[in-house]
Design a protein around this ligand. Sequence first.
Ligand code: CP
Ligand code: NVA
Length: 305
Amino acid sequence: MRNFINLADIDKRELRKIIDHTKSLKEKGSTKDLNTPLTSKTLIMIFEKPSTRTRLSFESAMQKLGGHVLVLYLKESHYGSKDESIYDTAKVLSQYGDIVMMRTGKHEHFLEFSKHLEIPIINGLTNLSHPCQVMADVLTFEELRGPITNKKIAWLGDGNNVVYSLIEAATQFNFQLAIACPKKFEPNKKVIKWANNKKANIFITRDPKEVAENADAIMTDKPISMGDINVNKKQKKQLLKSYQVNKKIMKLAKKDAIFMHCLPASRGEEVTNEVMDGKQSAVWLEALNRMHVQKSVIQWCLKLL
Ligand code: CP
Ligand code: NVA
């Protein structure tokens, strides 16, 4: 069964196939969509956390390819409660749908649930990783600036779930990833070790200027993620203040560098309005590309590509 849980689990040629298929679908436009390869297929979307883009992009991808979606909000279901085991929920869902997309907190819970499912599952964000987002980011970069291989991508700010997947992407797609963050908010050590073993081109520093210099893209995310429940938010924001992406930082990058953000953004914190709304900003295309790349991720999971 083909699950889409983390980019490290998937062969790099398969990841490239997903990106290239998405590009060709986009080039062919709506006529290709008329093939509706997902007719009579149902995607079950499970949400433990809020979402705008992930929810809408998956739903819209399914609709355009002829399929359907069912949405389950964990709070309104028996999932994880005392009255039904996760095993039983997984058994039932496996009969109603052809594929599941889940957004949850603890990654271990996601993995536990995936073990009991008899249909493929896609990670729509956990506290650990956000692979669909980063696939859309790779697509967006390549559409605007050509092949991402050997390009310098800079990350400023929190070493969070998006960075986790970005580190895996840097390893799988062979780009340089320069991360600037405070010591306290460095990315997950295991993924760094994995990337280093694969001889990935990744470096971590405290200096935002060093990473921004000569970068082809500058990326960031909110200082506080949805999973940051027990963190001292005030202290975290204070520590991340000097990693803001602003005009000065963008000036250090290549002239044609793009600015990327998974959204939602806390305008005025990790990024200024000037950069978000500026000429170099790719954030709207990035959001749209969630839908495009997920069309291919779903088809890949269903062994339709
Ligand atoms: N980027 C992203 O996953 O956005 P949502 O939280 O709105 O789904
Ligand atoms: N790091 C953010 C990403 C939101 C799409 C979060 O987990 O809340």
